[in-house]
Design a protein. Structure first.
Length: 167
C-alpha cells in the first residue's frame, strides 16, 4: 500500500470516535486505489461547530456549520512526504446527525474522512456524473453500498437524502 501519514488533532469535546490506525489504513487504501505517487501526508482536524462555522463562512461564504471541509494544497513537500491537504470534521455535527449513537458516529467519521480525501485528490460532486463517480469510489473504499456512501446528514433522513441528493 501507498504510505500515507495522517496528522490527526482532536480539538472537539467529543472523544474516542475514531482510531488513527483505521483512518490511516483507509487513507492508504484510497491513495493506492487512486495511484497516488510517493508518500503523502494528510492533516485531519476534529473540531466542534463554532470553529467549523467560522471556516465555512470564511472559505465558502456559508454562515453555518457543516460536517466536513477539505483544503487541497499545491504539492507542498513535508520532509519525505508530499502534503495533500487538510480535512476538518465537526464531531459535534457528526454527533447530532447520528443521534449520539457511537457506532453510527464512527462510521460517519470514516465516511467523512474518505469524502475529504477524495476531494483532496480532485474529486467533486457538483454535477450528477461527478457525484455518481465520487459515491462509487466512497462505497468501494469503505466496503459499503452506494446508498450508504452518500448518506450524509441526519440519519433519520438518510433514505430521503439518498433519493434527493442531500449533502
Amino acid at each position: 500500500m501507498m504510505p500515507a501519514r495522517l496528522r490527526v488533532r482532536n480539538e472537539s469535546t467529543h472523544k474516542r470516535l475514531y482510531r488513527r490506525d483505521v483512518l490511516t489504513r483507509l487513507a492508504e487504501r484510497i491513495c493506492t486505489g487512486e495511484n497516488v505517487a510517493g508518500d503523502v501526508e494528510i492533516s485531519v482536524l476534529f473540531c466542534d461547530d463554532p470553529f467549523m462555522q467560522q471556516l465555512n463562512k470564511q472559505y465558502r461564504g456559508k454562515n453555518a456549520a457543516t460536517d466536513v471541509l477539505s483544503f487541497e494544497l499545491e504539492d507542498v513537500p513535508t520532509g519525505n512526504a508530499r502534503a495533500l491537504g487538510d480535512i476538518v470534521v465537526s464531531l459535534e455535527t457528526v454527533d447530532r446527525n447520528c443521534g449520539s449513537d457511537p457506532a453510527q458516529m464512527r462510521d460517519e467519521v470514516r465516511l467523512l474522512v474518505c469524502h475529504g480525501i477524495l476531494h483532496l485528490l480532485g474529486y467533486d460532486h457538483g454535477t450528477t456524473a461527478e457525484k455518481k463517480e465520487m459515491t462509487a469510489r466512497q462505497a468501494d473504499y469503505l466496503g459499503i453500498s452506494e446508498q450508504a456512501a452518500w448518506a450524509f446528514g441526519p440519519k433519520k433522513n438518510r433514505v430521503a437524502d439518498a433519493r434527493t441528493g442531500g449533502h
